[in-house]
Structure formats: C-alpha cells, structure tokens
Design a protein around this ligand. Sequence first.
Ligand code: SAM
Length: 309
Amino acid sequence: MLWQASHNKNQVYRLLQLREESTKKIRIHHKADTAEYKTERILNSDISNGKETMPISVVNGEDEEEAPTDFDYLIANCETVSQNINRTISSLQGCSCEKDGGCLSSKSCKCATLSKGSWYNRNTGRLLDSFNTTNKSNLIYECNQTCKCDVTLCPNRTVQRGIQVPLQIFRTKKKGWGVRTLGPVDKGTFICEYIGEIISDKEADHIKNDSYLFDLESKGGEVFCLDARDYGNVSRFINHHCQPNLISVKVLVEHQDTTAPRIALFAARDIAINEELGFDYGAKFWQIKLKYFTCECGDVFCRYGTTPK
Ligand SMILES: C[S@@+](CC[C@H](N)C(=O)[O-])C[C@H]1O[C@@H](n2cnc3c(N)ncnc32)[C@H](O)[C@@H]1O
C-alpha cells in the first residue's frame, strides 16, 4: 500500500513534470513562431496609477523580467535641487482672445505671435507639417493660465491636455523595454511628453547612469537636461530609432523661460497599430554608447548598428 502510494506519487510527479516541460515547449515553440501566438504576461494594467489621462499597461512576452519599479512615475518635470528657472507670473505673456475665437490666429493671438505662427490644427490639435522640426530653437507657446481664452475650447493647448493615444510598455527582443501604440496614429498627433528631473548640464556630466538624459540645448543662459532615470513617465521607455516615427518639439506652457521648455513627442508620420515608437537620441548619445553596445533599431538606414550603412 505504501509502495503503491509512493509509486502513484512518483507517477503524479512525473506527469506534472511532463506537463510543465510540454508547456515550456509550447511557450518556446510559440516564441520562435509568429508573434501572434506569444504568451504575453500583463505585468501592470496601469504603471501610472491613474496619473495619466489613459492607463499605460506593461506586458512581457519575451522573458521573465517583471514590471519596472525603480523610478517614480510623474506627469510633470521636477527638481530635486532648485534650478534657476524664471517661473514668475509677471513674466508670463498670454493672449486676450475671447473664448476660442482668436487663438492660433497670428494677427491677434499673443501666443501665436510668440510661437512665430500657428502650429496646431484647430480641429484636431495635431502638429502641422509647416512646423520646422529640424530647427531646434523653434518653440511653441501654448496658451497658459494668464490667457483670456476658454481652456476647454482653446485649440492651442495640445500638450497640456496630456496623452490621448493608447500606449503600452512591452519587452523588446534586444533593447529591454520599449513603447508601442495600441491604435493607429495620424501624423502630427501628440504622443507624450518627455518627463524627467530638471538638472544642469554640469550635474549631467557627473551622473552615474546617463541613459535617460534628454538635452534641452539652450542657446545662451543656463543649459538644462531632463533626467528620467529616477523620475519619469512612459517616455523613459521609448527606444532610439535611426528613422524615427517620433519627433521632439519644445513647448512652453506655465512658464516662458526658454532655457527649460517642456519636450513634447509628436508622430513624425502615420504610425500603425502595435508599432514600436522611437525617437532619435542624437549623435552625442551614440558617441558615448557605441563603446558599450550598438543600435538595434533594425532599420536599413541604421547609423549606429554593427553593419552601418
Ligand atoms: C531611455 S532608455 C530606453 C528604455 C530601455 N530600453 C529600458 O529597458 O529601460 C535607453 C536605453 O535603452 C536601450 N536602447 C534604446 N534604444 C536602443 C537601440 N536602438 N539599440 C539598442 N539599445 C537601445 C539602451 O540600453 C539605452 O541606454
């Protein structure tokens, strides 16, 4: 009887082992097969904990890594030491447009005049093709707290309205975490802001992990960087791409100190559902990082891969 019991126990154990092995095989088989059959674990249904306008889920169909928890999710830039940024309300210029009537009309809207034009489509809020994204000193002045326009109707408040497209953090094959869109996105759509801690360029020279830095490149005055290592949002997971589907635009909202603009990421072209998002980290990043790893963007025109074209 004892033998029988232990025999049965062994059998059950072996059966369980076999089931586990076959499950593993199925998972591996599916992994090697088409992406559609991948077993994807939902690790977090909203890493922002309700802070964003839309939930940001985290999934992993590649390895055993759990959702990242080593940073604080913020939806606005922060400082851990006070920086020399002019945030006085008296230096803020706003428009006197009634309701939404005049906003974005260069003739009467002060914010459009400061922006040297109107750069958002008044119906969709999308960035217009006419905005020159290659000139990094171009700035968009969104309407602010001193403007007379109606906040809900004003067409010059795209970035301050927050994320409007469903985004997901997912495990990539070769680049750690990445971000993709769960719906199709039209060219010019605001995707998300690059959030981080505002630090001076001198502080940036001495930080241990420089992988999450975004250079604010100011001409004259203080030079700041955004460091998303410890404080950031979904954008800290967006990888570099040599032919990116995102472009960055400097935007001023609640203060107009041009040395510390907000960084908004917009769709550089139409983006397909489930497509990974990427922006160009710039030559400075790769000058340092090429000593340690090469670009895995996989584009035929990749500039920093193992076989640069
Ligand atoms: C701002 S983080 C992006 C999120 C990162 N993948 C993660 O898992 O947290 C930048 C780091 O991601 C990786 N990365 C980003 N783009 C890459 C690329 N095109 N090729 C290889 N690694 C990349 C590098 O390790 C880089 O230092």
